[in-house]
Design a binder for this molecule. Structure first.
Ligand code: FES
Ligand code: FES
Length: 164
């Protein structure tokens, strides 16, 4: 089975009902995508499929074969001088020093990046609603909100597909 992840083509083992998060982490070493509840509730495993946020713990491989998948590892892009440029959401999370343990963070960032990629000028209330299903056991919600609001309105295209 062929998967297109962060601009790279991978051939992975096919398995009936095999879920994307385990292939990402266990087979491809893309461990930036985390597992929290493994049941679709927490958002820690969020990636983008064709630019849309998707819970990889609920996503069978068969549903994403041939589609463009972006994980947290593919969100930054290369500048012309070869330096890495963080996605605006990533940079906002750094600037606001959001993470505590960090476990939920890639899911938070991917959810925000996907939402802002489709809704570049949301209201704060819309942003809060868009992030409402991503949980943070460390309770970093104020900083998450500050970071996502700061990132809104900037250029927020997912980086990897346009990079390299
Ligand atoms: S690990 Fe996928 S939603 Fe919690
Ligand atoms: S930073 Fe620890 S769960 Fe969110």
């Amino acid at each position: 089975m062929d998967l297109h992840i962060n601009g790279t083509d991978y051939t992975v083992a096919e398995g009936s009902g095999r879920l994307l998060v385990y292939t990402l982490r266990d087979e491809l070493g893309l461990t930036g995508t985390k597992i929290g509840c493994a049941a679709g509730f927490c958002g820690a495993c969020t990636v983008m499929v064709e630019g849309v946020a998707r819970r990889s713990c609920l996503t069978p491989l068969a549903e994403v074969e041939g589609k463009s998948i972006t994980t947290i590892e593919g969100l930054a892009r290369r500048a012309e001088d070869g330096a890495w440029l963080l996605h605006p959401v990533q940079q906002a999370f750094v600037d606001a020093q959001v993470p505590q343990c960090g476990w939920c963070m890639s899911g938070q960032i991917m959810t925000a990046a996907a939402y802002l990629g489709q809704n570049p000028a949301p209201t704060e209330e819309e942003l809060v609603a868009a992030m409402a299903e991503n949980y943070c056991r460390c309770g970093c919600y104020h900083r998450i909100r500050r970071a996502v609001v700061a990132a809104a309105g900037q250029s927020v295209q997912a980086g990897s597909e346009e990079a390299a």
